[in-house]
Design a protein around this ligand. Structure first.
Ligand code: F6P
Length: 343
């Protein structure tokens, strides 16, 4: 078979490990020809490709990013792009496509079934907000990076008796904030799923500090929202999937905390550090298992499906189940565990 591959959306540690696994099993076991489309759906629209084979994939396993490049191009938002994408796949004689991405990339993959395109999805996002899989690769790496950062922030915050607001990624879901906050012993964790009350946040910090000199780390997901009418946040540019560019809530928070409590407050925005660099062993293994399962799914004709992790097993789920609704943080984990350590 001739099998195409693309990586779409934000990059994520483990993408290259998926590509390597697909290519290894595709070439060696199934005798497939593999073709990479560059920069996500843009490569399919414009017909820009790179050949993929086992030799080209050597050394990829620990490498962050994606050798195919990525973009947030949405063919359904560009005039004539869907037709162009379908024409490219025909002209390059692609029998099936493996799309590695999050909700947006896989949403397009699911839509394209109507055009007769055979697609298998692989779930990717550091945000871990994709439904139908217990975890996405990249999440473990991001949590580890954020936890390491919080550990470091603790020692400097303690030395200066400061509050440090650490902003992590998480547009719609606070998985990274919750996990890294629990692992890093945060005094407060603010996530998009739970609108926060700045008065409560400040009361918790006062309670913590009243017994003497003790610093606090507040972990905030970039998409966290204050309760209506309590704080105003700026909004930024919007991409082709309608997402606002986030980043910066921590500045507003730190200023407000300092103003209300008098505690000296500082900000650290982890940003793309969380998406870069080498994947953890967990993510390398998960990405490898997903890659192998994806090429198997192609050969079983299991199209319009996504490979997923459920109860430690790799399974196949309909793409519709994966993209229908975002997977948000379990309230039991947030209220039952994380919140026990606030203040
Ligand atoms: O991939 C999802 C994500 O990590 C979000 O948490 C974040 O808002 C976004 O990517 C940032 O994307 P970009 O690099 O395109 O600004």
């Amino acid at each position: 078979m001739r099998v195409g591959l693309l990586t779409g959306g934000g990059d994520c540690p483990g993408l290259n490990a998926v590509i390597r696994a697909v290519v290894r099993k595709g070439e060696r076991h199934y005798e497939d020809e593999l073709l990479g489309f560059t920069d996500g759906w843009r490569g399919v629209i414009e017909g820009t490709t790179m050949p993929l084979d086992v030799e080209r994939c050597r050394g990829l396993l620990p490498r962050g990013g994606t050798i195919l490049g990525t973009s947030r191009t949405n063919p359904y938002k560009v005039d004539g792009a869907v037709e162009k994408a379908v024409a490219t796949l025909r002209s390059k004689a692609i029998d099936a496509l493996i799309a590695i991405g999050g909700e947006d990339t896989l949403g397009v993959a699911h839509e394209l079934r109507g055009e007769g395109v055979n697609i298998v999805g692989v779930p990717k996002t550091i945000d871990n907000d994709l439904s139908a899989t217990e975890v996405t690769f990249g999440f473990d790496t991001a949590v580890q990076i954020a936890t390491d950062a919080i550990d470091r922030l603790h020692t400097t915050a303690e030395s200066h008796d400061r509050v440090i607001v650490c902003e992590v990624m998480g547009r719609h879901a606070g998985w990274i904030a919750t996990h890294a906050g629990i692992a890093g012993g945060a005094a407060e964790i603010l996530i998009p799923e739970e609108a926060f009350d700045i008065d409560v946040v400040c009361d918790n910090l006062r309670r913590r500090h009243e017994k003497g000199r003790f610093a606090s780390i507040v972990v905030v997901a970039e998409g966290a929202q204050p309760k209506e009418g309590t704080l105003s946040l700026q909004s930024g540019e919007v991409d082709q999937f309608g997402h606002v560019r986030l980043g910066g809530i921590s500045n507003v928070l730190a200023e407000e905390i300092e103003k209300r409590t008098g505690f000296e407050s500082r900000v650290t925005i982890l940003g793309h550090v969380q998406r870069g660099g080498t994947p953890t062993a967990f993510d390398r293994i998960l990405a490898t298992r997903f890659g192998i399962a994806a090429i198997d799914a192609v050969h079983d004709g299991a199209f319009d499906q996504m490979v997923a992790l459920q109860s430690a097993q790799i399974v196949r789920v309909p793409l519709a189940d994966a993209v229908g609704q975002l997977k948000t943080v379990d309230p039991g984990l947030y209220h039952g565990v994380a919140e026990m350590f606030f203040g």
